[in-house]
Structures are given as C-alpha cells and as structure tokens.
Design a protein around this ligand. Structure first.
Ligand code: EPZ
Length: 485
C-alpha cells in the first residue's frame, strides 16, 4: 500500500518523465518512493537518449540569423549553489523556487544527498531536508567537480563542529586558492590542518570575531556567513563581497531565523543565534544568463526581451553598450534590447567585484568586441587565466592581442565558422554567441560544459531564431544534413 506522499512522488516522477527528461534528459536524478508508508526507497534514473551518451557533446551552429523573442529567467546558479549549502544548517525543510536544471546544481545536490540529506527537484523547485545529514566525507570526485563544494565547509562546521573536505575544482580559469576562507575561519577560532589534499577543521571552540578580507571573495564571504550564523558572539566581515548572491544568502538565512545584516555593502555583521529553522525562498534571477542573452542580441542583431530579471544588477554591462548601435530599455523586471547594425568599439572594460563589470561576462563581451567596428581594450582583474576563449575566437577570424591580463581586440567585419572548444562554461557561451554571427557552420566542442550554467541553452537560442543543434560525438550524421529541413 502506498500512501498519499508516495502518490505525490509518483506523479512527480511521471511528470518528470513526460516533460522534463524528454526535453532535457541529460542528468541523473533521484526519485523517492515510500514503501509500507514509511521506508523511503531512493531510485536513481538515467534516461538513455543522446544527452546521456558518454561522448562529448557539440553544438552545430549556422550563423547569420537575428534573434527575436523573449526569455524568462530562472534563479541564479551561483546563488542556488550557496543556498543549497545553507540548507544543511537546519533540520527542517528548505524549498528553493524556480531553479534551473544545471549540472553544477545536480552535482551539489548529489553532494548533500551523499551526506545523508534528502534533496530533490519537484518541477522547478528544489526540496531539501538535511535532518539526517551526517558529518561524512564528501567524495573527492564530487568535491572536485565544482568550486562551490567548498562552500559547504561553513555550514558543516556550524552544524557538526568538525569537517573534512577536499580542495574544490571548478572551471579552469586560474589558481583559485582557498587561503582567504581558511584564514577567516582561523579568526573564528577554528583549528585547521591539511591532510592528503583535504582540509580538516575542528570548530568545537568556534566563536564570533572580526575579519578583514584581503580581497572580497564571494565564496569566502558565503562560507564565513554560514560558519558564524550559530556561533557564540558577533562576527564582522570587512571588505566582504557585495554580489547579489551574498544578499540572497543573507535573505535566506534571515528567513531561517538568523541575524545577518549589511549584505550588499562591504561590512557584514552576523550575530550568532541558537538555531535555524526551515524556509521557502525564491533566489534572485540569473544576471549572467541575462547578460549573455543581451550580448547575443547585440552581436546578432534583432529584438530580445529578457523577463524576470533585475536590470540594475547589469548597470556595468549597459554602461559598456551605451551610445552604441543598440537600444536598451529597462523596466523594474525586464530588459528589452533592439539592435540593428554593427556596433562601434566598446569603451575600456575592466572586470572587478560587483557592481563593476562581472568576470562571468568577460568572455561573452570579448566575443562582441570581436565583431565591433574599432579596437576595444578588455582587462581581466579577477581570474589570472580567463582568456581561454581568445585563441578559439581567433580560429573564427577574430583579431585579439593578449598582453598579460589585458586583451586588445580589433573588431572584424565578419567571423567565419570554425571548429572550436569550450574550455570552460563562460568560454563555451562566448563561442556559441560568436558562432551565431559567423559565416557558415561552426562546431563548439564540449557543449556539456555550457550545461553547468545555462539551462537548455541551445533550445533557448533556437526559440529565438538561431540555427543551432546539439549532437553527441557518436552521431554519424554528416554536418551538411543537420540543417536540412
Ligand atoms: C564565484 O567564485 C563564482 N562561483 C564565480 O562564477 C565567479 O566568477 C566569482 O565568484 C567572481 O564573481 C560561484 O559562486 C560558485 P572568489 P568564487 O572567491 O567564490 C581569488 C561562473 O562562471 N581567491 O570571489 O570562487 C580567486 O583565485 C563562475 O559562474 C583567492 O586568492 O570567487 C579569484 O582570483 C566561475 N583566495 C578571486 O579571488 C581565496 O581564498 C575571486 O574569487 C578565494 C579567492
């Protein structure tokens, strides 16, 4: 006999098969069925379609189409990843609404399920209950699959007072050390040792303290906010990150009963509370997806509306596009961009912490500069190795000269289709955007890296009028046949 709950799960299960997996069957998902009304049976399902093929995936893109239409944003990947970590702080249910279906999020859910929590998608929402979470090891492979695995350290120390965690992985865009996280934890009286590539922490005597970051690290700010949330006393983080993902974390923590203030400014104050409870929360929409689409429209021309966004978070991008050949109209929750001709050179752009130009849009704006009329100078100040896209854009005919952390881009009239490699997530998005403009057909290898941060990117672009398909490397279909209608 199956109870009410199990019927819900089965309905959820069927609707997933019918809607979500057919559309995006790439991920392995956990489903729960109740046996005898009480024992949950966890079932992992892989759907055998092209997307679950173990081969490399490619985008095949025929350039030249304008983009036209509208896109509704979902929650920001980098916010959801931190909020999932926050769910470990309570034994109650946490619900995150309107979340995208991304490999980074799926991996983060796998990590907390591995700790003994129950986390699953219900349609667009994520349900998490970490009551039975234990202080067990996170597998090395999963820890290395994404940078944000390390942001579980703060919540684990708060909840279990001890943790052993492997150094994180993530996109290959620089060294990405964790020294700021660790020295801040030491200021909270956490004892830290390194053992076989893992960090071992003892927070049995953790207490609030004053911390001054040498750099406003997003991940370290999140880790310390969550470590300190139930610690004795008050923690003050100076030179904290100001990104919208930090404000989102503050909002969720406060909805759970925490006492955190100052997010969005460079000083955050966390007054320790005894206990946190559950909450339902809608994370901020993804400004990087919004920015990528706006840039795609500026590259290809056309008319595009991005709905459910926070335009003020993209002020630096709009500054770069101001007084150029595109009209941008912003409402409180939408952006409309109309672009006709070739844009002139962009003003000097330098990435820096929020609210300056985001590093996560630097590859995409480089793709735009590659087709502007004139020379654009772009400086990358956050990551020391984030010009992987330049060499690939050059294969399409772009003229880019890199000098240290600065790229000088001499815009060309036309790009030509080429076979290029998505070295990382944003590099892949930038190459897809360039390919939409290039003459002829382009192939973007390792398209699955784009799934880390863009839900159904190819479908979104196709609905806007782009000629783009996704194939697994095992596909034997000749390229020329792919666009035969
Ligand atoms: C977050 O990474 C994002 N990732 C990144 O998103 C984003 O590019 C970055 O913030 C900057 O906005 C997630 O939220 C999961 P940082 P994070 O700590 O937290 C150095 C994307 O494409 N640093 O602010 O790792 C570090 O090496 C990505 O979605 C130290 O030196 O960023 C880097 O140069 C990729 N020591 C700079 O600070 C430390 O202990 C910024 O890193 C920590 C960081």
């Amino acid at each position: 006999m199956k109870n009410e709950k199990s019927r819900d799960y089965r309905a959820l299960y069927r609707s997933k098969i019918n809607k979500k997996y057919i559309k995006n069957p790439y991920q392995i998902r956990m489903n729960v069925v109740m046996i005898n009304n009480k024992t949950p049976l966890f079932i992992y399902i892989i759907y055998p379609t092209a997307r679950s093929c173990l081969h490399m995936h490619k985008y095949i893109i025929k350039g030249g189409n304008r983009l036209r239409g509208s896109v509704r944003l979902k929650a920001a990947k980098n916010s959801v990843l931190a909020l999932i970590a926050a769910s470990v702080l309570t034994e109650d249910d946490v619900v995150l609404k309107n979340c995208p279906d991304l490999t980074d999020i799926a991996n983060k859910l796998k990590i907390i399920n591995g700790l003994g929590a129950k986390a699953l998608y219900n349609g667009e929402d994520i349900f998490i209950n970490a009551k039975n979470a234990l202080n067990t090891n996170i597998s090395k492979k999963l820890a290395e699959s994404l940078r944000s695995s390390f942001v579980l350290l703060g919540p684990m120390l708060s909840r279990f007072k001890r943790a052993r965690i492997y150094l994180p992985g993530g996109c290959a865009i620089g060294e990405r050390p964790v020294d700021i996280h660790l020295s801040a934890l030491r200021s909270l009286n956490v004892k830290i040792a390194e053992n076989q590539n893992a960090i071992v922490c003892d927070a049995s005597e953790m207490r609030g303290g004053d911390i001054v970051f040498g750099f406003p690290s997003v991940g370290a700010t999140q880790n310390i906010m969550m470590a300190a949330v139930c610690a004795d006393g008050t923690t003050r983080i100076s030179n904290a990150a100001k990104e919208p993902e930090i404000t989102d974390l503050q909002n969720l923590l406060n909805a759970m009963g925490a006492d955190v203030s100052g997010a969005g400014t460079s000083v955050i104050t966390v007054k320790g509370v005894k206990k946190l409870s559950g909450a339902a929360y809608a994370p901020v929409p993804d400004r990087i997806v919004a920015g990528t689409l706006v840039i795609a429209a500026a590259v290809c021309g056309g008319e595009l509306t991005v709905q459910n966004c926070r335009p003020y978070q993209l002020a630096a991008l709009f500054g770069a596009l101001k007084n150029n050949y595109c009209d941008i109209e912003c409402g409180s929750d939408y952006i409309k961009i109309k672009s006709g001709g070739r844009l002139g050179a962009l003003p000097d752009i330098a990435t820096d912490p929020y609210p300056s130009f985001p590093t996560d849009l630097q590859p995409q704006i480089t793709a735009l500069a590659a087709v502007c009329d004139g020379v654009t100078r772009i400086t990358e100040r956050i990551f020391e190795n984030r010009f992987n896209h330049a060499v690939e854009l050059e294969k399409m005919g772009a003229k880019i000269y890199i000098d240290g952390r600065t790229a000088l881009i001499r815009g060309v009239d036309r790009l030509r289709g080429a076979e290029v490699t998505a070295h990382d997530l944003r590099c892949g998005a930038a190459l897809a955007v360039a390919a939409l403009k290039a003459d002829g057909i382009s192939v973007v290898n390792y398209a699955e890296r784009i799934d880390r941060g863009y839900e159904n990117f190819e479908e979104t672009l196709r609905e806007l009028g782009a000629d783009i398909v996704r194939v697994a490397e095992c596909s034997r279909k000749p390229l020329r046949k792919i666009f035969d209608k």
